[in-house]
Design a protein around this ligand. Structure first.
Ligand code: NAD
Length: 238
């Protein structure tokens, strides 16, 4: 870790009340960044549902007010549910897309003036191994995470001229409040992912946060439009 490498850097982290978002907020702060944190509840700067009408404009306005500008967006707020295709509920599908995709699109769009003014803008989206693969019960989630990777790639082309990098971190199986029930209730699920990872373990939120911090840093200045698997090697093996 290089202390202070993000000194003066101003970042919005959504989903910062839990799991990967909380670890990311801690890591960016440890590197010297100033943060504006958002979640539905908890110890954050702003409690709001990112899908609510006008939420994104309100987040951008409040963050700009508090920090004096915005250099980075890290939209970690996300939802996931196992929903078999047969009987898959419209509302659950729509909710997954609204949180994981539409809210991210709106946040980026509404932050463009600040990101362009920054001169070193960074957008780090949170995809998933489900940005590149799919599995039973994950139709809505995989659709949303494939969309996130597609948005990152498309936006990188559109925003590169303004010096803004856009990347998508794709975590494997990470132990967070989102996944804890599945890993606890289904020990075979935990064993499957531990065995699948070349490194032989589940990931921790910090394993993802550290890569996000790298992508925000000057060291990653020539990295854009990338989907980066951070999965302990799980998806590289047959
Ligand atoms: P988590 O449940 O611990 O954290 C997600 C946070 O997002 C929660 O604090 C929640 O309140 C917040 N959130 C959800 N909907 C919101 C809304 N509408 N408005 C505001 N905040 C909202 O889960 P996590 O595992 O830390 O997930 C973070 C991101 O990482 C998600 O996008 C998830 O899809 C992705 N991800 C997680 C894993 C994993 O194994 N945990 C793997 C791949 C990708």
């Amino acid at each position: 870790m290089s202390a202070g490498r993000l000194a003066g850097f101003r970042a919005i982290v959504t989903g910062a009340g839990s799991g990967i978002g909380a670890a990311t907020a801690r890591r960016l702060a440890a590197d010297g960044a100033q943060l504006f944190t958002v979640d539905l509840a908890g110890d954050v700067d702003m409690t709001v549902d990112v899908t609510a009408e006008g939420a994104n404009a309100a987040i951008i306005a409040a963050a700009t007010d508090a920090l004096g500008g915005i250099d980075a967006l890290v939209p970690c707020a996300g939802v996931s549910a196992f929903l078999p295709l047969e009987g898959h509920d419209d509302a659950a599908f729509d909710r997954t897309i609204a949180v994981n995709v539409t809210a991210v699109f709106r946040l980026v769009r509404d932050a463009l003036p600040q990101l362009k003014a920054s001169g070193r803008g960074r957008i780090v989206m949170i995809g998933s191994v489900a940005s590149a693969f799919g599995d039973a019960g994950l139709v809505a989630y995989a659709a949303s995470k494939h969309a996130v990777l597609g948005m990152a790639r498309a936006m990188s082309g559109e925003l590169g001229g303004a010096g803004i990098t856009v990347n998508c971190v794709m975590p494997g199986a990470i132990e967070t409040p989102m996944t804890a029930p599945a890993f606890t209730d289904m020990p075979e699920y935990r064993t499957h992912w531990e065995a699948k990872a070349a490194l032989g373990r589940l990931g921790q939120p910090e394993d993802i946060a550290d890569v996000i911090a790298f992508l925000c840093s000057e060291d990653a200045r020539f990295v854009t439009g990338q989907g980066i698997l951070v999965d302990g090697g799980a998806m590289t093996r047959m």
